[in-house]
Design a protein around this ligand. Structure first.
Ligand SMILES: Nc1ncnc2c1ncn2[C@@H]1O[C@H](COP(=O)(O)OP(=O)(O)OP(=O)(O)O)[C@@H](O)[C@H]1O
Length: 706
């Protein structure tokens, strides 16, 4: 029986047809797989098609499917579907080839006269080309098809590269390398990134082998038999939409020799990769290997991930994956061992305990309560300091207030009292619970949960105790840990973790994702500019960078406006939703504090706008209701339209948080976290972002205001 493969473009075009036409197209493909010469299909090659392999079949009287045939291999690649004239026009200029250098399957347009590319700028001929410094041979090595060399050579400005991609004059995999060159990478850097496993030899007639390469699988889904074909056609729209980029696929699939760390800016598909990794592991685990724990920092994100996994995994795979935020996992585990403590999660209760402990402070030292809380969170807890002797020796690198040994001895009773208060109230901080669970497992290996692998999302918000526990959960070995995170999005005041110091050795197994699939480049740029100057870590003691982080989508730059009052701001939000053809339920109004969210809600409701505040694990947004949330709550989510609202002085950054820091170093850390919150908020936008304020606009946006 024939094998059928579908390109991403095929699904993209299929989704634009009516449901009836989609189902007719699906039926035609099913019939084609059984009997390609069935008379109703009218399988034919038109003389106007440039590529000899391109054919068409009928889905109904008007709709045509364009495909490429590798008849010797009984393999057919569905490329495009549309109404008759549009489909044929599309087919005329298409070429489908196996790239002789990279081995990937490429689909691209060849213009009538390749030397006269339609898309390039009309700049003066004297202007240098974007890729003048690169030889033809190098361009070919990066996967540029020979037929596209002329187009590449005629590119003068950044927009030319993008137009060529949009017009499909260069294949997607070749675009990646060209983009890196344009952004300043050397040829070697670009080549290592986009062709990390160059094939030794390529048979340009062997389509079956070409389809197995990650570069091709980023574009094609293969169905080898009838059942597989049914599955592909019946799968959810979400699945049709996401074709893993080769860089994502390489991470998600295959055996790894130990812990893997994946970094990447917002929207680069880290969670998607982590989910596909879970799926791959579940499909490749042997009987009796144990389960996969997929864990995150927040409960809400775990719930979202479970929902999305349900869409991409079979029931059998799902049964092998447990999705739970780490706090919940650790408390379940400890309760089963008879642990009698609750987690201290209520900040008011925490404050009460600190006020009592603070009474132990020596009168001779002028240190505020905030100092003790920070010292506890950044020194005592992460290093498991349990006695005054240990505290005398503890590392205080990065702390802004100096303390000599004698002073450490003098203030230790405050921490001792705090610990005592926790114990007498049957409370533990999360770090204590992580440590207790780890020690239990280390002392009694038979208690170690039956896990084959742990996948960690939002790793930047987890501290060293969390990672030491995670390390203890699975024995070191192949496929053990898969960790994804982004230091730019650290918003919960945690110390930077150094994985190597938690026994997690990621050397040689780390990667960085660079393409933002969610946000337009204009919004992304504004979000990144807020973080300018902030040093961001790579979770392992080094520095992260946003070099080559980009987005392929474009739109207007976020509109920044300051109004006279909250009321005017609310009115402007509603006007912007209407005038930009957005629906309220696909938008979110994001503010820094819960109180501000409530004020916005009142102002919007007084204008008869139904509102839906996202809190905890909220139910689905009702039709016509506008989402509202705090900056913390939108982590991991996405919306068509995002309103970063009440971006006023005093609120962004939140004065109270920044100014209550005990010293200059902590003050800077907190300000950086406030910047990260803005970065997270803006990068939730799929189509449009707005930054609105009233009274006095935040200084961070004064440069953008009109
Ligand atoms: N290869 C891809 N093709 C198309 N869409 C993709 C691809 N990878 C990811 N996406 C989409 O991009 C969006 C962002 O993905 P995801 O949430 O995994 O990113 P992330 O890096 O975890 O983001 P953040 O750190 O901001 O939460 C999602 O809508 C996802 O479906």
């Amino acid at each position: 029986m024939a094998s059928v493969a579908f390109s991403d473009k095929y699904f993209e075009s299929l989704l634009k047809l009516t449901p009836n036409e989609q189902s007719q197209a699906n039926k035609a493909v099913m019939l084609f797989q059984q009997d390609r010469n069935h008379p109703s299909l009218n399988y034919e090659k038109l003389p106007s098609f440039r590529d000899d392999k391109v054919r068409s079949i009928r889905a109904n009287q008007d709709v045509r499917i364009i495909l490429a045939a590798a008849e010797k291999e009984d393999l057919y690649l569905m490329l495009y579907v549309n109404h008759h004239d549009t489909a044929y026009k599309w087919a005329e200029k298409r070429k489908i080839e196996i790239n002789p250098n990279t081995g990937s399957l490429q689909v691209f347009t060849v213009e009538e006269s390749a030397l006269e590319p339609a898309s390039v700028t009309q700049e003066a001929p004297a202007q240098p080309g974007l890729f003048d410094a690169i030889r033809d041979r190098q361009l070919l090595q990066l996967g540029v098809p020979e037929d596209a060399l002329a187009v590449v050579r005629s590119m003068k400005i950044e927009a030319d590269l993008e137009t060529a991609l949009i017009n499909e004059q260069i294949p997607k995999d070749a675009h990646d390398g060209l983009f890196m060159l344009m952004a300043g990478a050397s040829f070697e850097e670009a080549w290592n990134e986009v062709v990390p496993a160059a094939p030794e030899s390529v048979d340009t007639e062997d389509f079956t082998t070409a389809l197995t390469r990650p570069e091709s699988r980023a574009l094609f889904t293969v169905a080898e038999n009838e059942q597989a074909l049914q599955e592909v056609l019946n799968q959810s729209i979400e699945k049709w939409r996401v074709f893993l980029h080769p860089a994502q696929r390489r991470l998600a699939e295959g055996k790894k020799n130990g812990p893997v760390r994946v970094l990447g800016g917002a929207g680069t598909g880290k969670t998607v990769v982590a989910m596909h990794r879970a799926k791959w592991l579940a499909n490749h685990l042997d009987e009796g290997d144990g389960k996969i724990l997929f864990t995150t920092f927040t409960k809400n994100l775990a719930a979202d991930i479970q929902q999305n996994l349900n869409k991409i995994c079979s029931q059998e795979s799902l049964a092998k994956i447990e999705v739970l935020n780490l706090d919940a996992w650790v408390m379940n585990f400890l309760k089963k061992q008879g642990y009698d403590y609750g987690l201290l999660l209520d900040s008011r209760e925490e404050k009460k305990l600190w006020e009592q402990a603070y009474s132990e402070k020596p009168a001779s030292l002028d240190l505020g309560m905030a100092f003790f809380q920070e010292e506890w969170a950044r020194v005592v807890q992460p290093q498991s300091v349990g006695s005054v002797d240990e505290y005398k020796k503890a590392s205080r690198i990065g702390r802004g207030t100096r303390l000599n040994r004698q002073q450490r001895v003098e203030i230790w009773p405050v921490f001792e009292r705090y610990r005592h208060l926790l114990a007498s109230n049957y409370l533990k901080e999360t770090d204590d619970a992580y440590r207790d669970a780890r020690e239990l497992i280390e002392n009694k290996p038979e208690l170690r949960p039956d896990l084959a692998a742990v996948i960690v999302d939002e790793a930047q918000d987890m501290g060293s105790q969390a990672f030491m526990l995670i390390r203890a959960l699975v024995p070191p070995g192949p496929n053990d840990l898969f960790i994804v995170g982004d230091g730019h999005q650290r918003i919960y005041g945690k110390n930077k973790v150094v994985l190597g110091q938690c026994g997690i050795d990621i050397r040689g197994r780390s990667a960085r994702l660079k393409i933002n699939y969610r946000t337009t480049d204009e919004t992304r740029k504004m979000a990144v500019s807020i973080l300018e100057g902030v040093e961001v870590d790579d979770l392992d003691g080094g520095q992260d960078t946003q070099k080559f982080y980009h987005s392929l989508m474009h739109g207007p730059a976020p509109e920044v406006r300051c109004f006279e009052s909250m009321d005017q701001q609310a009115e402007a939000i509603l006007t912007a939703i209407k005038s930009n053809d957005l629906t309220p339920e696909a938008c979110c109004v994001i503010a820094r504090t819960r109180r501000e969210v409530n004020e916005l809600k009142a102002a919007l409701e007084s204008r008869q706008q139904l509102c839906h505040v996202l809190e905890g694990q909220s139910a689905a947004t009702p039709d016509d209701a506008l989402n509202l949330a705090t900056m913390h709550r939108v982590k991991g989510l996405e919306f068509d339209g995002v309103f970063l609202a009440s971006a006023n002085q005093g609120l962004v950054p939140l004065d109270f948080v920044v100014n209550s820091a005990a010293d200059a170093v902590t003050c800077r850390q907190r300000e950086n976290e406030e910047r990260a919150l803005v970065y997270v908020s803006l990068t939730r936008a799929r189509k449009l972002a707005f930054v609105f304020g009233y009274g006095r606009m935040s200084e961070w946006f004064s440069g953008f205001a009109d």
